[in-house]
Write a protein that binds this ligand. Structure first.
Ligand code: ZN
Ligand code: ZN
Ligand code: ZN
Length: 385
């Protein structure tokens, strides 16, 4: 099965590293049992940006949407009037420009997840949207998992390669190709229900099964769904597809291990009210009764960044991740800053938790990530020296 494939090796990150400016490379960590890590390939001075990169996937926090109106594709803050480029189905999603709209609505996930034309909460797509908004037992990950599934399905349908899904190895290849297209394959590293962190364990299996069923029903509920899903049959398989219980568990595992909370301060957002959806439609309930946006609203969301997510944790980090709005079309990017001078070959590490907290509280925070920290500072604290 596709989830048994060995994860892409360090060399498969070379192109991304080059694209990010060529100052880092992926490799194996000397201290985390051969796990992956990111290393500097050039000296970096304190305060410099080591690299910037765009996310594989990013989603705005639903509660933040009324406060900070962002492009649904690249997540750059929308500064124009609410009449800027929008989804034609009236769901309330807005875009920087026509390119972002086409990439999201016509080629991307939104064509499979838009609830604009739907007028009943009973409809499987509206039910999925509601479940995403109420998802408090899955770390709020259901919306991200639905988004990941939809990007994979959209790419498989675009390839339209139905012939490759007739055999089980062909199906496995089709899923791997779709994950590649969606820039998600480098993260796949095991089902969330096998994970020891906060998201795994009891309840994870039932949650994944329920989420997979909900997403499959939503995807199959489209008018003319056979057309929309043609070529994506392998991905929709309840046993072996991305939208099966195990597939969803893999995607949930990706999020549990890699997702980063994103916050972008914005000092120049305008104060215009967001577009409101028709009152009777489930389309974008999160913005339909919004109050006008505050000046300087801060964008908040969750994202996966391929290189940034390779960085291991340290309680005495040499790097820090900050997020920037790179403007219309470019959108939200991660910028990794050097907190001190970094030598060639040194591993880049940032802190997954508030490293100013005492060692026993850091240990509790880090347990949610499924590991015990053995950085120099934790070792010194535990050794009493
Ligand atoms: Zn955009
Ligand atoms: Zn829409
Ligand atoms: Zn530590």
């Amino acid at each position: 099965m596709w989830w048994d494939d060995p994860p892409p090796d360090a060399a498969s990150f070379d192109a991304l590293c080059a694209k990010s400016g060529g100052r880092v490379r992926a490799g194996e960590s000397a201290t985390t049992g051969g796990g992956r890590a990111l290393f500097a390939t050039a000296p970096v001075a304190k305060g410099e940006i080591v690299f910037r990169e765009s996310p594989s996937l990013i989603l705005q926090d639903p509660a933040n949407r009324p406060l900070a109106r962002a492009c649904a594709r690249c997540h750059s803050m929308l500064r124009g009037a609410p009449s800027e480029t929008a989804c034609a189905q009236g769901c309330g999603e807005g875009y920087c420009d026509e390119r972002c709209r086409v990439a999201h609505v016509e080629q991307g996930s939104h064509g499979l997840l838009c609830v604009g034309p739907i007028d009943s909460w009973e409809h499987p797509l509206a039910a999925l949207k509601l479940a995403c908004a109420r998802d408090d037992d899955g770390d709020g990950h259901l919306a991200l998992i639905a988004e990941m599934c939809a990007w994979c399905i959209a790419s498989a349908a675009r390839r339209g390669d139905a012939s490759s899904s007739s055999s089980s190895s062909g199906a496995s290849t089709a899923v791997a190709a779709a994950l590649d297209d969606a820039n998600l394959r480098t993260y796949v590293a095991g089902a969330v229900w096998d994970w020891t962190g906060a998201s795994g364990g009891d309840g994870a299996r039932a949650r994944c099964e329920a989420h997979a069923r909900m997403i499959r029903e939503a995807m199959a509920s489209h008018e003319g769904s056979s057309e929309k899903l043609r070529g994506a049959e392998a991905l929709m398989d309840p046993a072996s597809g991305v939208v099966g219980a195990r597939g969803v568990a893999e995607l949930a595992g990706v999020l549990a291990r890699n997702s980063l909370a994103v916050a972008v301060e914005s000092s120049s957002a305008s104060a215009s009210a967001p577009a409101s959806a028709p009152a009777s439609a489930p389309g974008d309930a999160s913005t339909s009764n919004a109050s006008p946006r505050k000046l300087g609203a801060r964008y908040e969301g969750v994202a996966l960044f391929p290189l940034t997510c390779l960085m291991n944790h340290s309680c005495e980090p040499n790097a820090e991740v900050r997020f920037e709005d790179a403007g219309p079309g470019a959108g939200v990017v991660a910028a990794v800053h050097a907190l001190r001078e970094i030598r060639v070959g040194e591993e880049l590490r940032h802190s997954y938790v508030d490293e100013t907290r005492p060692v026993f509280l850091r240990a509790a925070d880090l347990a949610a990530f499924g590991f015990r920290c053995d950085c120099g500072r934790c070792a010194r604290a535990r050794g009493g020296s």
